[in-house]
Design a protein around this ligand. Structure first.
Ligand SMILES: C[S@@+](CC[C@H](N)C(=O)[O-])C[C@H]1O[C@@H](n2cnc3c(N)ncnc32)[C@H](O)[C@@H]1O
Length: 913
């Protein structure tokens, strides 16, 4: 009897089930070597792995001795087939990591199917799934996340059968057919009534496998926790034994072992843990590559990540649990799973000293459910978002779970660092910028950073400024301004600050701005100096050189945005010495879903008097017919529900845009339409134009001598779902009608263009910004309005709704319409013109009526637009057309393609008015 009590016990246990010491010894030796003497793995489940290995060895030997020549031949083929088969999970995921390839096998790793029939629909998606710990998923005999209920039930049958009939068959076995034929893929390996059939069935199964039909059941089956030795499955969890002393392998066994998991020594696995837990545990919406951070990228399985998360989840782990650590001393995902077992249905939040926060959610409802399959992260997020939008009536269509989780992290940080508040107040402003502080800072008129503004009790920590682009925290404002051109909006950090500012509804700066007429007048904020040259050394030229970044320095913008969210009233002051001569918290007066502030840091001009409207209004004669009766079946999708974009076949509303919806699921205009629309503006001559027989536009100018039509571009329309449609308001084919959702701001441009519109957040290409909203006028009405206007130059540029005049036949005067936002309009009235390379393009949108003489004109970004960039649109002006009723302005767009520059004129057909 061996002296080592563990060895002795192993022998004893094996003996109990009729296995001699002689047989146990070499296998045990081999296993010990394989598992790095990790006895826990061998002893687990009453020496299941050991028994498996012994049976497998026996099986292989028996097969070897019986094998006729033709089978050997077959095995060669089988080996080849195995070579062609997608690699087993662990190896696959590793390859992926090493080679950076999005191998389809990552998914397949958890598929019942094997061989050529391997196919998972979501391959690419999952391959990119951030935070999916494929390694964790692939350890040990896998619980297949695609295993059908029947397959799951078959587990014990297989394992019992494998057990030479020495163990009682699980009651579940009786639920399965006695013997599965070839038409039942997992049949032969699932149920084997007696040991005599074993080799035969193995052969069958491999034949099937070669045909790509045989699922590798043995390797991917779930094991029930209560399984005892007799339930042992294939020895598929053994490391490839080649070269292991003490075990001679037959070719057949080698073949079998090719199917076996190659279990690296530093990644012990837990046979008990249902593998589907792993991906759930490690799903992270936003992977971070930040080394040393606790919010790791689980898909890359950074050791820190596993460790931190495991540590966070560890909770009540037994002290004596003998799960080995990996070779680098860190715990493995295996532990993560195990620990998770005890923490499911919990939310865990942890932060690192780097100020990063990790939120993890454990779900137990799927445990043990054989019908459970791993959804893609994208699908999970989408569903949650849909639920939030529907059930919780989240009004913002751009609500995202990822953002929500970010918010959670931020709140966690904020709350967690409150105690540090006072310390933060006295922080040296020259200190390193630290995103962890999520701060807002102000710039005083002398350009130095003022960190004294936080006077609120128990407020989150003191705002801290991001350093200006030139790195000089104490530099002058001019420095900051001039450096802005190179930086765009400050990378990442400023955006965070902006968002933070917006979210702090009663934050530390509450009431900082002087509020006219309010009783309590808290300290006035030290706002940035104006850009008019009146103050200190600030130079207008320098500011103007801010280039593409819009006009205001980013830091100022942070301030403004922050103040915007705090200040309940507008403040306009006439003294140019003040940093902001005019500030309006919300020019929409609550009519948009989002507030849109207005700020003037350039001169003392007040906002123009106009009525903000969020929807077009008819001035007088314009004829619009929105009757439901006009909307036919071709123009609506009454049988749809929820979100039309999720339909496999687009509904009738996609007809207008060529049978496919104009929007992506992200709410962006699809490339093709976007490109076409941009091209129409840039090179109108290349596109189809319609020439009216009797142009209503010309008619409106002069009824006596009607000039020939100058042509109208035939534009592509977006058609959105509407009231007659069965889908809901959050349907992805309803973007424009949901209104403005982006953070925008009206500001005084320093280049002399007057007011302009800018974005306070980064915008992707194809994003809806706003609609041009104004009074709907007939062209005749507009003509008389403009001609009566003493200074037509100051008239907000009207737009002609002529995108489909060609299909409308001869239009009556009341059908030839345009929009004028001069007196009644929305934020689009502030959008300035830029020749040729503007960052927005207008696209006609059909919503309420299929009559295309009236439609909505919506602006979409032509490219990614950085926070603080001015939003522009090419009005299509021909600066040489001196006959035009609206006098052309002297263009200050700054584009190198400007059509109004002092050089040979680039004339172009004037679009619309
Ligand atoms: C639709 S409004 C834009 C808002 C306007 N800047 C304001 O202050 O209300 C059009 C007017 O803005 C001015 N504008 C727009 N783009 C311009 C440009 N590129 N250069 C100079 N002025 C421009 C012209 O006065 C034009 O008539």
């Amino acid at each position: 009897m061996p002296t080592n009590p563990r060895v002795a016990k192993a022998f004893r246990t094996m003996k109990d089930i009729g296995i001699s010491e002689e047989k146990v010894k070499p296998v045990l030796k081999s296993l010990l070597k394989l598992y790095d003497k990790n006895w826990a793995l061998i002893e687990e489940e009453n020496y299941r792995a050991l028994a498996d290995a012994i049976f497998e060895k026996e099986e292989a030997e028996a097969a070897e001795s019986k094998k006729p020549e033709n089978i050997e031949q077959e095995e060669v083929l089988e080996e080849e087939a195995v070579d062609e088969e997608p690699e087993r999970p662990l190896k696959r995921s590793r390859l992926r990591h090493q080679e950076g390839q999005a191998s389809s096998s990552a998914n397949n790793s958890s598929s019942v199917s094997a061989g050529a029939s391997f196919k998972m629909p979501k391959v690419e998606e999952e391959a990119e799934l951030p935070g999916t710990n494929f390694q964790g998923r692939s350890q040990g005999p896998q619980l297949n996340n695609r295993t059908s209920a029947a397959e799951s039930l078959s587990v014990p049958c297989l394992t019992y059968a494998r057990n030479k009939g020495k163990q009682p068959v699980s009651p579940k076995a009786s639920m399965l057919p006695e013997k599965s034929g070839p038409s039942q893929p997992a049949g032969p390996e699932r149920y084997q009534p007696n040991s005599d059939d074993r080799v035969e069935n193995d052969t069958n199964s491999r034949r099937n496998h070669r045909k790509g039909k045989e699922p590798q059941t043995a390797q991917i089956m779930p094991r029930e926790k209560s399984l005892v030795l007799g339930n042992a499955s294939h020895a598929s969890n053994l490391k490839e034994p080649q070269g292991e002393p003490g075990i001679e392998l037959s070719p057949k066994q080698k073949m079998l072992d090719t199917h076996a998991f190659v279990k690296p020594k530093d990644e012990p696995y837990d046979l008990d843990s249902p593998q589907f837990e792993v991906p759930i545990a490690v799903i992270h919406p936003e992977p971070s590559n930040n080394k040393g951070s606790s919010s790791g990228n689980a898909s890359r399985r950074e050791p820190e990540t596993s460790e931190t998360l495991a540590a966070g989840l560890r909770g009540g782990r037994e002290a004596d649990e003998d799960i080995p650590t990996s070779s680098n001393g860190l715990e493995t995902s295996h532990e993560l799973v195990k620990v998770q077992n005890r923490c499911y249905s919990n939310i865990h939040i942890a932060s690192s000293t780097f100020g990063e926060v990790k939120v993890s959610i454990g779900c137990d409802s799927a445990l043990g459910r054989s019908d459970f399959h791993l959804p893609s992260l994208e699908a999970v997020l989408k569903l949650v978002e849909a639920k939030c939008l529907k059930s919780y009536k989240v009004p913002d269509p751009n609500f995202s779970v990822t953002k929500l989780m970010k918010d959670m992290c931020e709140c966690f940080l904020e709350l967690g660092s409150q105690y540090n508040h006072e310390l933060q107040e006295t922080r040296n402003v020259d200190a390193e910028n630290d995103i962890g502080y999520r701060s807002i800072a102000l710039v005083s008129s002398n350009g130095s950073i003022n960190s004294e503004l936080d006077s609120g009790e128990a407020q989150p920590e003191k705002p801290q400024l991001p350093p200006p682009c030139n790195g000089h925290t104490n530099g002058t404002k001019a420095d900051q301004t001039t450096s802005e051109g190179n930086c765009g909006s400050a990378p990442g950090i400023n955006q965070n600050i902006l968002e933070h500012a917006t979210s702090q509804s009663s934050g530390p700066l509450s009431g900082c701005i002087e509020l006219a007429g309010m009783e309590a007048q808290p300290e006035k904020p030290q706002l940035p100096p104006p850009c008019n040259g009146h103050n200190n050394s600030t130079s207008t030229d320098q500011i103007a050189s801010a280039g593409n970044c819009g006009s205001a320095p980013e830091i100022d913008q942070n301030v403004l945005e922050h103040v915007t969210s705090q200040s309940p009233v507008a403040v306009c002051e006439s003294t140019p010495d003040e940093a902001v001569s005019c500030f309006v918290e919300d020019i929409t007066k609550g009519q948009e879903k989002v507030m849109i502030s207005l700020v003037n840091q350039v001169n003392s001009k007040s906002p123009p008097p106009f009525h903000y409207i969020a929807q077009n209004v008819v001035f007088q004669n314009a004829y619009l017919n929105f009757s439901l009766a006009r909307i036919g079946d071709n123009n609506s999708c009454s049988t749809c529900c929820d979100d039309c974009l999720s339909l496999s076949t687009p509904c009738a509303c996609a007809y207008e845009s060529g049978g496919d919806f104009a929007y992506t699921k992200e709410g962006l205009v699809k490339e093709e339409l976007l490109k076409e629309s941009i091209s129409m503006n840039r090179d109108p001559k290349k596109h189809c134009q319609f020439f009216c027989k009797e142009c209503p536009l010309e008619r409106s100018k002069n009824e006596d001598i009607i000039e020939p039509c100058k042509g109208h571009l035939v534009r592509n329309f977006i058609k959105e779902c509407w009231w007659k449609c069965g889908c809901n308001k959050q349907c992805g084919n309803r973007v424009v009608q949901r209104g403005i959702s982006r953070k925008l701001q009206v500001f005084m441009t320093p280049e002399g263009k007057g007011w302009g519109l800018r974005t306070l957040e980064d915008l992707p290409r194809g994003a809806f910004v706003c609609e041009y909203v104004g009074e709907v006028l007939t062209n005749a009405e507009l003509f008389s309005r403009v001609s009566q206007s003493p200074n037509s130059e100051e008239h907000s540029y009207p737009v002609l709704l002529d995108a489909d005049w060609g299909s409308e036949g001869v239009l009556k005067d009341e059908e030839a319409l345009c929009l004028d936002a001069t007196f009644f309009g929305n934020v689009a009235r502030f959008i300035n013109h830029r020749c040729f390379d503007s960052n927005m393009v207008e696209i006609p949108v059909e919503i309420e009526t299929p009559d295309h003489h009236y439609y909505h004109l919506a602006f979409f970004t032509t490219r990614k637009v950085k926070a603080l960039e001015e939003l522009t649109w090419d009005y299509g002006i021909d600066f040489d057309d001196h006959e035009h009723p609206v006098k052309a302005f002297r263009c200050q767009c700054g584009s190198k393609f400007c059509r109004n520059m002092k050089r040979p004129r680039r004339s172009r057909a004037r679009r619309g008015w």
